[in-house]
Design a protein around this ligand. Structure first.
Ligand SMILES: Nc1ncnc2c1ncn2[C@@H]1O[C@H](COP(=O)(O)OP(=O)(O)OP(=O)(O)O)[C@@H](O)[C@H]1O
Ligand SMILES: [Mg+2]
Length: 403
């Protein structure tokens, strides 16, 4: 239930409890995780269940609601507290704000104000740059087309979803020729183009309404169905969608179109880790080198960039060690060429990590996800695995020294 807002209600008054319950229950994206009549155990409940919002009455059976509010907000990264009271005197509002509540609603205004206020509160908090969500963003980019971004994105998403069921979102930012829906056998009615059609501001409800859930326990924000529909997808739309998604999911995997464009720039700007997907042949690597130089010129954090070699063959192609030594970026994954498994799973619309988990390609995606989890979760920087000494005199070093 990653994309459902979890609410804890702390209310001693049975009638008000019922009012709040009746208001929240019909809202599909909001869920009352727990009720409490008393305040003493609330900080512990918050620590255990991590609600997004806590609604606290100012007058509780055992203690003052203001004290409960103070105790909750004292914890870093705690939920938003919304206070309610049968009294709407200025004094109650002032005390609630002083205790750290983000909003105050008088009990007789709950029916009209509670839901809109919660939505507004989440929207403004989640769009605030100073409080980014905890979700981690992986952006799959490539210098050239056809390198395997979509294959890698779909399979990394499905592999992450095995480890974090319901907490992974694939965002298809290839606004013209996105493939994630077809690789996952989805035929969504709502896509990125419908999302941006609705206006300049992407809000939580809008984002949720355009997300499709896959049976393998991940969600997808699909690309527009036709290339011309992608024209209106702007950088700020994508930026906002990522920022909101970070609050709803643990992992966000972005499949960007080749080169530098709206989708890849939004991905690069927000990524905790960029996977530059490439084949290991000279023309592809030449473009990777140019793209990496360009990113360095734009001051992207190089410790957040790793390479993924795709369609690797044992007999041909340039070795990972040599690429690392030459580029000074780590190779985080080496996915073998396997037309039987990759094409079959693309045609069947099931990522191969689920369809053929014993295959060599699935095994390598698992190893890639192990590494990216380590880099992103444990804050390890994506350093080259080799000692970084270019093999001087090699054909590759001579070639790249000319660029
Ligand atoms: N490891 C692999 N072995 C065999 N075929 C592969 C492998 N990875 C990808 N392919 C195939 O290569 C082609 C391109 O892959 P994919 O569509 O994932 O690339 P892309 O980078 O997303 O392309 P585009 O730039 O068009 O979005 C597809 O036909 C895919 O099935
Ligand atoms: Mg693609």
């Amino acid at each position: 239930m990653a994309n459902i807002v979890q609410i804890l209600v702390v209310e001693s008054n049975n009638r008000l409890r019922q009012v709040i319950q009746d208001l929240i229950e019909p809202e599909v994206n909001y869920h009352i995780a727990a009720f409490s009549k008393t305040g003493a155990q609330v900080p512990e409940m918050v620590r255990k269940s991590h609600p997004d919002i806590v609604i606290v009455d100012t007058d509780l059976q055992d203690m003052s609601g203001y004290e409960v509010c103070k105790a909750i907000v004292a914890e870093e990264g705690g939920p938003l507290v919304l206070m309610t009271s049968e009294s709407d005197e200025m004094q109650a509002v002032r005390l609630a704000m002083r205790a750290g509540a983000r909003e105050f609603i008088a009990a007789d205004k709950l029916e009209t104000d509670l839901i809109p206020m919660m939505k507004e509160l989440l929207q403004s908090t989640w769009m605030d740059d100073s409080a980014p969500g905890a979700g981690k963003v992986i952006a799959c980019v490539s210098a050239k087309g056809g390198m395997g971004k979509s294959t890698v994105s779909a399979n990394v998403t499905a592999e992450l979803a095995k480890r974090y069921p319901g907490r992974v979102l694939a965002m298809d930012f290839d606004a013209q020729f996105g493939d994630i829906a077809i690789l996952c056998n989805l035929n969504p009615n709502r896509t990125l183009s419908h999302l941006v059609e609705s206006g300049d501001v992407v809000d939580i409800d809008l984002l949720r309404a355009h997300i499709t859930t896959h049976q393998l326990n991940f969600d997808v924000l699909p690309a527009p169905k036709r290339p011309e529909y992608g024209e209106y997808v702007g950088f700020e739309h994508l930026n906002q969608a990522i920022r909101l998604a970070r609050h709803i999911y643990d992992w966000i995997v972005i499949d960007a179109a080749q080169g530098f464009n709206t989708g890849s720039l939004a991905g690069l700007d927000n990524a905790d880790l960029v996977l530059m997907v490439t084949t290991a042949d000279l023309p592809a690597l030449k473009n990777v080198k140019l793209a990496l130089d360009s990113l360095q010129g734009k001051h992207y954090d190089r410790t957040k960039i790793g390479l993924v070699l795709n369609r690797v063959t044992p007999r041909f192609g340039i070795r990972a060690k040599e690429i690392e030594a030459q580029f000074k970026y780590p190779v985080l994954g080496q996915i073998p060429v396997n037309y039987d498994v990759v094409l079959e799973s693309a045609n069947q619309g099931t990522p191969f990590v689920a369809r053929a988990p014993q295959s060599n390609v699935a095994r390598e995606v698992r190893a890639l996800v192990d590494r990216l989890e380590k880099v992103v979760r444990e804050g390890a920087s994506a350093q080259p695995a080799s000692d970084g000494t270019p093999a001087t005199g090699s054909f590759m070093s001579r070639f790249f020294s000319r660029l």
